[in-house]
Design a protein around this ligand. Sequence first.
Ligand code: BES
Ligand code: ZN
Length: 933
Amino acid sequence: MGKGYYISKHLATAAMVLAAIALVTIIALSVVYNREKSKNAAKFSKATTLPVFPTPKTSNEPWDKYRLPDTLSPQYYNVTLWPRLVKNANGMYIFTGISGVMFTCEKKTDLILIHSNKLNLTVFKGHHAKLTGLSGVTAPAIKTTWFQSETQYLVIQLEGKLKPGKDYWLYTEFTGELADDLEGFYRSEYMENGEKKIIAITQMQATYARKAFPCFDEPGMKAVFHITLIHDRGTTALSNSQEISKTNNPSLNLGPHNCLTETIFGPTKRMSTYLIAFVVSDFTYIDAKDKKGVLVRIWARKKAIEDRQGDYALNITQPILEFFEKYYNTSYPLSKSDQIALPDFNSGAMENWGLVAYRETALLYDPRTSANGNKQRIVTVVSHELAHMWFGNLVTVKWWNDLWLNEGFASYVEYLGADYAEPTWNMKDQTILYDLQSAFAVDSLTSSHPLSRKEEEVNTPSEISEMFNTISYSKGAAVLKMLSEFLTESVLRIHAVDQTPGIKLPYSVHEIMNRWILQMGFPVVTIDTRTGNVSQKHFLLEPEAVVDRKSEFNYEWFVPIKWMKKGQVQDQLWLLQKSVSKNEWVLANLHVSGYFRVNYDLGNWERLLSQLESNHQVIPVVNRAQILDDAFNLARASIINITLALRTTKYLLHEREYIPWEAALRNLNYFFQLFDRSEVYGAMQAYLKKQVKPLFEYFGTISSNWTTVPSGHTDQFTQIIALSLACSTGVEGCRELTRSWFKKWMQNPPNNAIHPNLRSTVYCNAIAAGGAEEWNFGWQMFQKATVAAEAVKLRSALACTKVPWLLNRYLEYTMNPEKIRKQDATSTIGYIASNIIGQPLAWDFVRANWDYFFKLYGTGSFIFSGLIRDVTYRFCTPFELSQLKRFQKDNAETGFGSGTQALQQAIEKTTAKIKWLEGNKEPVLQWFLSESA
Ligand code: BES
Ligand code: ZN
């Protein structure tokens, strides 16, 4: 292995070199759990069944294994790449390249395995590479070379052995396709002033660096990279490091070289291959120097920079970098920080070291057309990616099984960085919506899995891709937040895990954390105020579900419970330890600092409900949201009565805060999906109409009849909820209002007077109420949009039409990248599926085209899980369940790639809903009828 800093191994080195104590904490945490994991390995492996990932075909040949052997370790690479931004004679876009890697032999071997995928390597004397020994060492001759396509290796067998401790140089020349597949070195296209522009860009995570040049493509195989790009004069080349020279008309052995420029970049730090990036474009930038002289630049299309869409990102980057320097107690590790907005990009953003890449919507903000939600997205994504510049990039997981540490940590601290940049936005409270509650939704299924996976469980590119899931991100963030809450943020930051000065814990940190990291799921804590008894149970959405996966901790957790009694904050208590005093109203999981749900005896539920209705402000905002979410989910799991859950929405008449409304809306939405095809729908609509009316009127008043927006950041979100719920439930005046705004715009485009915050709702309502004329207008505006955030609003609104042929045509468009970009195809299908008319159409479409999508996106892509989740979201009947199972069977051969878990989850959720509906539909109907009367 190389000498980089790995979370699981080089603790001491990392600590010394970095003096980054926050990192040390997490490193120590991971060391602790690795230790525990191996201690328990024997026990574990016997007891544990692994239903999710199929075990790879075993073979004894090293080239059939997905993991590299530990015989060689790369030191540095010299890579030169030349992307062609015009088609060649065969109508293809290609790149050519040369690459050399210096590696050290760690163990005697006559075999070199190096990743290489979809590259066409030049043959020298019958072999695909040249090998030389360094410092006077003679390299053995190459016996034979070939490609092992399944494991994506270039295999080089040698006549003799490489010698331990000696260094060698492996040289290759190659060409590759600069495809539009969003993976590796690829191309992106966009229109500017009626002209089609092509740029060359990269996305290496997790296993695509091997598609750009041959490399030891594992995160633990860190090396230094010397990168050189050849490009047309007049275009700009960017990479992880600063450029050190730029030469026109370089002398090249790569072919004709008129009007070319060669840009050479300085050596990178020692880093993982998945963080490499290069870009060739004619983008422009804005820049600034931070206090320590670090050059900060925002790059984008010329028009976007001219329109000042990069300004917001530039303004927040500086405080965010400053925040993380303090937080990690370590300077920003590089001399420059580039961030670039790309028209075609598969994920939201990517933390390439020194050259972070974003979707346009995640970096570009146009105050005239972007909503405040778009702005919030930018500050959180930038904060997330910049957090990785230290945690993830400087200190890196050795293998993808530990991805949760990387992504979970960034997902936790992104709120801290965003809060620092936008202190009035209440960012930290929002974690409960975007992390805790979304993690609960999948972690309450038996198909869930522990945060930490064993190294052997994660091998293939699809398995790696599947690690980028809600558990790694959101549960990771929620569990780390809980840790920081009981240790306090400063102890988390400043001290290693076994020293927690001033904090008394009943168990060691690693004993506590192991239970959250090594076993899946979470507890529901039940507090019985009649007896004072506090108990816990593994929370499962389907109470009778059989949990195949065994836990060495028997699904019991050490639960830190913060709580309040009659409005007074009490000392934290620790389950399995204590009991609460009797007969007082209590509220547990105060400030929702813990990753668990709470149930109470009926008497206490009644006391909480009446507190909510008489004076809800005594209960903290986030707890109001959590009471709702817990109650609805306890009811779905048949632990409490559904009418009790429904009653938690009655106080909403008085609620004006965003977080509780959003939590309510999500749970009610779930009800909409269950009931909007049944007789419950009418009664439910009537009830909700009654509940939202005061909110709608309140915002109408404070916004001078919808002509201004409230000043508070989250109040602006609540205003959107008020408008959209009022229109969907038919509150008088709402639909007329939105229709008239849209009409004005249609009559006089492009002058759009609709406030950016309200556009999504207004567009959706108008297109839903209209026909082909409205739809076609929306489509035209979509195609003309020069601000990505505006395009998304239209793209999602176009899915709101109720006209089946329009929806079907729109579905067809998702297969045509000229109409809908590939990066947007699956989310567009998802929008269509959330429409009651569109859902069956989308489901048929996905079933019919599964093979096609699979080929289009490769087997590694992140996006399948979302696609399956979205098109099956409404399923709740036995017939739909049988269709799902049929789909699973029919495509068993093609497979589901990174959507495998999502399919499992869909089946489990549908099964649970069918059972639940059997006993609950009637009481729900009765309740809505009685409450809406
Ligand atoms: N490292 C990821 C990007 C990524 C995701 C690469 C999946 C390959 C596969 C990046 O740090 C990330 O997490 N991006 C998020 C946005 C973030 C704010 C949660 C994304 O792309 O959605
Ligand atoms: Zn991330």
